[in-house]
Structure formats: C-alpha cells, structure tokens
Design a protein around this ligand. Sequence first.
Ligand code: UD1
Ligand code: UDP
Length: 375
Amino acid sequence: MTGPKRILTVFGTRPEAIKLFPLVHALAADKRFISRVCVSGQHRGMLDQVLAIADIVPDHDLDLMQPDQSLDDLTARLLTGIGKVLDEEQPDWVVVQGDTATAMAGALAAYYRKIPVAHVEAGLRSGNIYHPWPEEVNRKVIGNIAALHCAPTETAQYALLAENVDPATIHVTGNTVIDALHWITARIGQEPALASGLAPLEERFAGKRIIGVTTHRRENFGEGMQAIASAIRRLAARPEVAVIFPVHLNPHVREVMEAELAGVEDVAMIEPLDYPHFARLIDISTLMLSDSGGVQEEAPALGKPVLVMRETTKRPEGVAAGTAMLVGTDADRIVAEAHRLLDDQQAYLAMARAHNPFGDGKSAARICDLLVNSL
Ligand code: UD1
Ligand code: UDP
C-alpha cells in the first residue's frame, strides 16, 4: 500500500483557473492525494478573481505578470520560477491545463526533472500553428511531454491518436469547464447576490436584446481588433440592441476598444467580470460574440448562440452541435451573421438549443481516478 500521491497543479491565467478549480477542489477533498497549488501569476487581476470565488489559496504564487509582457520574457521567467517550485515540492504528478505559456513552461520544467505530467484538456488541434498563436504549439509541446492525456472529447482523443500518442495514456474525461459551470450555477443558486452586480446595466438596457462580447486573442491584435470594434459599433446602432463588453486587461485590446467604442450609445464597456457575473452575462444575452476558447464551450452548454471571431477552431464540437459558428474577424461577416440571427427567428432557434458536447460535469472526479491509477 503506497501513501497519498503528491499532486502539484500549476496554472496562471483566468481560463486555466476556471477549468482547474473543480479539480483542485476534488483533489483537496480526496484522501488519496496531497494537493499543492502553484500559480504563476501570468495574469494577476483576472486570476485573483477566480481564486477568490473558488476559495483557493495557492501554496506558491510566483507573481510573474508584467505589463504588456512578451512571450519570450514571460516564458523564461515561468520556466525558472516553476522549476524552483518543483525542486522544492518533488511531486508525483504535475498537472497543467490547456495551452497557455504557464501550462507549456510547467510541463517543460517537469520534463526536465522527469516528473510525469498530466494534461487536462489535451488533444485540441486547429492544424494551424498561427491560429491560435502561440497556443497551438504550446499544446503540441505539452502533448509530447504528458504521461496522461485527459481529452475533453473523442475528437481530441482522435487528434492525439493521429499523432501516435500511446493510446493507453489517452482518456476521454470531458471538459472540466462544465464542472466549473455546474459549480458556479449552484453557488449562485445558494447566494444570488454573487451575480447581482449587472442589475444596473440590465435596467439601463431593459427591453433591448443584449449581445455579450469578449475578445483577447493575440492573433487578432491590430487589424482584427479594429474590425471587431467596428462590427460592435454597427451592431449597437440597431435600436433594439445593446452590447455588454467586459474588456480584457491586455493593453492591446483596451487601447483599440477605448479609441473606437468609448461613448458609443448602447455599448457598455466594463471591467472583466468575475465568473458568477460572467455566467449571468451569458444568461441575459441573446447571443455571444467571442474569440474565447472557454466561451465557445460555455455558451453551447447554456443554449446561447456564439459567433466565434476566429479563423479556425479547436472546438469543432460546438460548431457540429449547431450552437457555435465560425465568423472570423471580417467586420461585414460578423455583422451579417449577427443580423441574420437577430432577424431570422428560425435561424436563431436552430442555434439556441442547449448542447453539452464538452462534458457532463464529472470530469474532475474522472481525472482524480486516473491520477491514482496511471502511474
Ligand atoms: C493568455 C494566454 C491565452 C489565453 C489568455 C486568456 C498565452 C500565450 N496566452 O493570453 O492562451 O487565452 O491568456 O485570457 O499564455 N493583464 C493584466 N491583468 C490580468 C491579465 C492580463 O493587466 O489579469 C495584461 C498585462 O499587461 C499582461 C497582458 O495583459 O502583460 C497580457 O497577458 P498574457 O497572459 O500575456 O495574455 P495573452 O498571451 O494574450
Ligand atoms: N470570463 C470571465 N469573465 C469575463 C470574461 C470571461 O469569467 O469577463 C470567463 C469565461 O466564462 C471563460 C473564461 O473566462 O470561462 C475564458 O477566458 P478567456 O476568454 O480569457 O480565455 P480562453 O478561454 O480564450 O483561453
């Protein structure tokens, strides 16, 4: 009989925190594990919003974020910072999620010490190393290192098999984002005040159809962001439409949006919302306009159409299920597809059906079992 396994979960950005808090909760409650958490602080404010709501106090906080950080500098600091924590903690497993710089550096630092890596949300591939950039390559690097691949869907499983990953190391677990959504929905149910902060905007826009917007992808900086801003302005010009847009803290997003949209009637640019309020935003929106990975998974689960402002998607399930549509970053295309959904009730209803191609909310429990049985 061996003792509990030491698991070090490493993350640093908002989406990783959202998708890993269900696993951190599950590990902490399970006697088979000693759970430790290292946050890189790649994001500061947006990470801390999630840590607060999920009630997670990291054992290590590298606090690495710098304003307008470059990828190479960030990656170098992540690698050395996480490496030191691994030397101190000597875990049995390092768990990383997704495709951020923190996840990639965490996996690499573990590999340099021959510590096995479990990859949550493994196997997403667009087939284009510049869309999304640099996440497609981050995923592939982690995929080469991981000893356990927790694929959210069968599509992701097949992508890994096609890369000759050992089938015994790939498991379809579902996506932990659905666990997170269930948890937050239950929390809001217990304590509605957690999501009541949008009430003034709901009052201001009463009777209007809300479009919820998020955007932040590096490959959309510059021209793409300008086009997205212009599409938002055109959509908000419809008298029955209002836009609620929590603006990402990345300065490349903020500067463009401030310049293009400040003062535009019926566009509310607001600070990033914490997770309960963002769930509420999806709930009150007629449709979502987003280049986010997580939103592409959450909107289908909540039955809200999402127009995906990317050239490719690593999440074809949402598109196949009919709730997500790829529209790229051409302003005319974004506006045309949004108009179609606003004007054509049949087209809208065809998209606005709840689907759960990404999971059943029990992914964290499955991953715990795999962490016990896979070494
Ligand atoms: C990163 C991830 C991307 C993920 C996104 C989620 C990489 C390579 N990219 O985007 O996969 O989809 O996060 O949002 O890891 N900032 C703050 N406060 C915050 C967060 C960001 O001020 O809480 C500002 C800082 O100036 C920071 C900048 O935004 O330097 C960019 O942050 P960064 O994590 O480098 O963002 P991305 O690489 O664009
Ligand atoms: N999100 C949030 N507040 C916001 C915008 C998004 O809590 O103001 C959540 C959203 O529900 C999703 C995640 O953040 O779970 C997506 O993060 P992001 O778009 O930053 O990154 P991506 O998913 O594209 O990697």
